[in-house]
Write a protein that binds this ligand. Structure first.
Ligand code: GTR
Length: 325
């Protein structure tokens, strides 16, 4: 396990260098599969980078969870054993305070509000904040809305009482689920299906494409559109690896990452539609947002905002996002 998680990327970096008569291979990781929009976007970025650098650089993505959990891979990137990684911003909640803000429950009014801010000035502020933690924030990607799924509908906080709900390992997510009256069970993405199957947890929450990819719907067959959080994805580069690159290469990497965003959005939109169709065909019950008391759910979250937007920078960012029209 240790070899897999720590030494393997170091070894692979060495291989990538030794074979680099042609191209230096930048190593990345993802918990999603090869054809998931996040993985596809980073592969697309690799193609763009390869063209822009006249074949000097390319990108290889290890997926799904081939190098461990999101937490594991972020540690590898921090050490410079991996060059980059695509993870949920939730993985950075404890190390990059600004990254907490866009995951705040019931923050975004809709996807337009998300795009205006996260692909705009507020997103840039969040990306810049990664530097202090030893990462170069390259781009954010949308991930739709996270909703709850269980073996029963969730329409009101009463339906959540005492349920054990898997959350991403993040104090904010634990706090959010706790404020709803449920028990939060932090776990890595790759472990959730087993936890659902064994009955260790009753429920989880995610967007449509992840719910389908992970096969969680085979166990938790009611998806309730609570749409409680729109946590973005982030692509980060290792500061250790970054500082070894020349300015020109750094600029090319930043540019290729930005170019992957519109590519990603197209893939994502298609994937969201496709996921819904798969669920309907599989006989999964979908409880529409219209039939959910989102007001009652969001009321319980005021205290969560106060607790998790603590610093002046976090508060200012939150205000800016709320006021963006
Ligand atoms: C997905 C996200 C993954 C991972 C996963 C999870 O929406 O794309 O990066 O964070 O959620 O719930 O662990």
């Amino acid at each position: 396990m240790l070899l897999k998680k720590t030494l393997l990327p170091l070894f692979l970096t060495a291989v990538a260098f030794s074979q680099s008569a042609m191209a230096r291979e930048l190593l990345s990781a993802d918990v999603h599969g090869k054809d998931f929009p996040t993985t596809q976007a980073v592969n697309y970025m690799g193609e763009q980078l390869n063209k822009a650098t006249g074949g000097k650089f390319k990108i290889k993505v290890f997926s799904p969870s081939a190098l461990g959990s999101e937490k594991d891979t972020v540690e590898q990137v921090k050490m410079g054993a991996l060059d980059m990684v695509r993870v949920s911003t939730a993985t950075f909640h404890s190390s990059v305070p600004e990254s907490v803000i866009p995951a705040m429950p019931f923050l975004f009014r809709d996807i337009e509000h998300f795009r205006k801010t996260m692909y705009g000035p507020q997103g840039d502020k969040i990306l810049a904040a990664f530097e202090k933690a030893g990462f170069v924030g390259l781009c954010l990607y949308e991930a739709g809305a996270r909703s709850m799924y269980a073996k029963k509908p969730i329409r009101h906080p009463d339906d959540l009482k005492d349920l054990k709900i898997r959350v991403q390992p993040s104090d904010l997510m634990t706090g959010m689920v706790g404020a709803l009256g449920a028990q939060a069970k932090p776990a890595a993405y790759a472990d959730v299906l087993g936890l659902l199957r064994s009955g260790t947890i009753d429920a989880a929450e995610n967007n449509y494409p992840s719910f389908v990819e992970s096969k969680h719907y085979e166990v938790a067959n009611v998806y309730s559109e609570t749409m409680h959080s729109m946590t973005p994805e982030v692509l980060v580069f290792s500061k250790v690896a970054w500082d070894k690159l020349d300015k020109e290469t750094q600029t090319a990497i930043r540019k290729a990452a930005k170019e992957s965003v519109p590519f990603y959005v197209k893939q994502w939109e298609a994937r969201e539609k496709e996921a819904r169709t798969t669920l309907v065909k599989a006989g999964v019950q979908i409880v529409s947002a219209r039939d959910i008391d989102r007001k009652a759910l969001s009321e319980s979250q005021k205290a969560v905002w106060d607790k998790f937007a603590r610093t002046p920078d976090q508060k200012a960012l939150l205000r800016e996002i709320v006021n963006a029209r």
